[in-house]
Design a protein around this ligand. Structure first.
Ligand code: AMP
Length: 467
């Protein structure tokens, strides 16, 4: 079925053609006509199914078919997204599809200066894509008006609930006109999502594509069983294959992501990192370089990777097994976007088998185990991850002995007078004492009287002998 038969106007179908899409994806075929009819929609779709266009295209059609109620440039559609990356992704799509229309798009998210976003709102934008936190900040400062709002979208609603955005969403939706169209998209369906739809939508139509909790069938998934210490070597080994030309590596932790990136860079593999310790500008740059092919590998954590949409991403590597099956589905959904195919590789250390089994249960599929023939699985750890307890105790003892020796030497140098020789005066209980050598007193106050000269009685503030 061609796009033109869905009820979209020529300017929008032209932009879609220019984006290279020849026909709608299943979620688009189902959702676009319903959104065009003005109905509320709950869309359950796997990642990478084309769901952004499924709501953006009919929204553009509706907005461009008439002006705003007030006749001013004002917010007519609000899209809420859980992460900055997803917000930027939706913005990019909205700009692409609206290039032949006279609609303005603004994006609002935290971690960057407010002023440009405030300016964009002042100049007027029909479509605002926002993460909840920053939007509320700007609402509280009086920069956001919803008088002309016609459509609200909650994208990746399941993730918004996971992050704990429900109160923020409530706070925002309370300010929207009651008379509006509301669309809710989620990768998974649950009681919580149903409750959310109940709360914010009116008599919605449901659109569900494929199974709710499985990566797209075009993703080939493998598991590589490998000891934890050999994971980086295995990754480097796999990257010898030039077919892995655009690889997204997931790490559970930011520290882990940095470590992997350092090892890859040391092996002359162009790498960027994406996690929440990086500034927003660094994150945008990393994504841009990865998308353009300037870097071959992007190492990311889960939260940061939400919304990453890279066309022709060939491989996703789960360096660690995600401990939530949902994260696995999202990670894997980053490859094989739309019509393309892709590989998802998961490295599994022995202590991650339980998490893997939970994922296999969730996707109702046993993932094939793969052994790389020319990889040395029995290699020794390159670096020791754990220092044996005996060595740690010995090191602590040595450090303490050193401290004691240093303190004794210092005491001898100073030949601090004995307690009896110090002059004390009555001091408030919390002040302790002031002797002639205030450094001694300071040490005493910190409780660190290694010098053993004099201590004050905690209650009376008088000196007492060390036992
Ligand atoms: P989404 O599920 O919205 O994140 O979209 C996944 C990817 O599919 C994006 O890269 C879109 O540009 C692409 N896409 C969306 N609709 C189509 C379509 N009808 N044909 C081909 N690619 C599409």
């Amino acid at each position: 079925m061609p796009f033109t038969s869905l009820g979209l106007g020529p300017k929008i179908t032209k932009a879609v053609r220019e984006a290279g899409y020849t026909e709608p994806t299943p979620i688009q075929s189902k959702a676009i006509p319903i959104v065009l009819r003005g109905r509320d929609v709950v869309g359950i779709a796997q990642t990478g199914t084309g769901k952004t266009a499924a709501f953006v295209l009919p929204i553009l059609e509706r907005l461009s078919s008439h002006g705003s109620a007030s006749g001013r440039r004002s917010i007519r559609c609000l899209v809420l997204a859980p992460t900055r990356e997803l917000a930027l992704q939706i913005e990019e799509n909205a700009r692409k599809y609206s290039r032949h229309l006279h609609l303005r798009v603004a994006v609002i998210y935290g971690g960057v200066g407010e002023q440009p976003q405030i300016n964009a709102l002042r100049q007027g934008a029909e479509i605002v894509i926002a993460t909840p936190g920053r939007l509320i900040d700007l609402m509280e400062q009086g920069h956001v008006r919803y008088d002309d709002l016609e459509i609200a979208v909650l994208d990746e609603a399941d993730r918004m609930l996971d992050i704990g955005f429900l109160p923020a969403i409530r706070q925002i939706v309370k300010k929207l006109p009651v008379q509006r169209q509301t669309l809710l998209f989620s990768a998974t369906i649950s009681k919580e999502i149903e409750a959310l739809a109940q709360e914010f939508l009116k008599n919605p139509e449901s659109v569900q594509i494929g199974r709710t909790s499985r990566p797209a069938d075009s993703v080939t998934q493998f598991v590589y069983e490998v000891p934890a210490h050999a994971k980086t070597s295995l990754l480097l080994h796999l990257l010898k294959d030039e077919n892995l030309d655009s690889v997204l590596v997931f790490s559970r932790t930011k520290h882990g992501a940095d470590k992997i990136a350092r090892r890859l860079e040391a092996a002359a593999i162009t790498t960027a990192t994406l996690h929440s310790n990086r500034s927003q500008n660094q994150r945008i740059k990393a994504l841009r370089e990865f998308k353009s092919g300037a870097v071959r590998v992007l190492v990311a954590t889960d939260i940061a990777a939400r919304g990453i949409d890279v066309e022709a991403l060939s491989h996703v590597v789960n360096f660690d097994v995600p401990n939530v099956p949902d994260d696995y589905i999202h990670r894997v959904g980053r490859t094989a976007r739309a019509e393309l195919t892709g590989d998802a590789i998961t490295f599994v250390a022995p202590d991650e088998e339980n998490d893997l089994r939970a994922i296999e249960r969730a996707i109702s599929k046993r993932l094939p185990r793969v052994t790389v023939p020319d990889f040395d699985y029995r290699q020794k750890p390159a670096e020791r991850l754990e220092i044996p307890i005996g060595e740690r105790i010995a090191a602590i003892r040595a450090r303490k002995a050193e401290d004691r020796a240093r303190a004794a030497a210092k005491a001898a140098r100073k030949s601090v007078p004995r307690a009896g020789a110090l002059k004390f005066r009555e001091a408030p209980a919390d002040k302790h004492v002031v002797g002639h050598d205030s450094r001694v007193v300071q040490r005493q106050e910190r409780g660190g009287s290694r010098l053993g000269q004099a201590r004050t009685d905690r209650h009376s503030g008088r000196p007492r002998r060390r036992k």
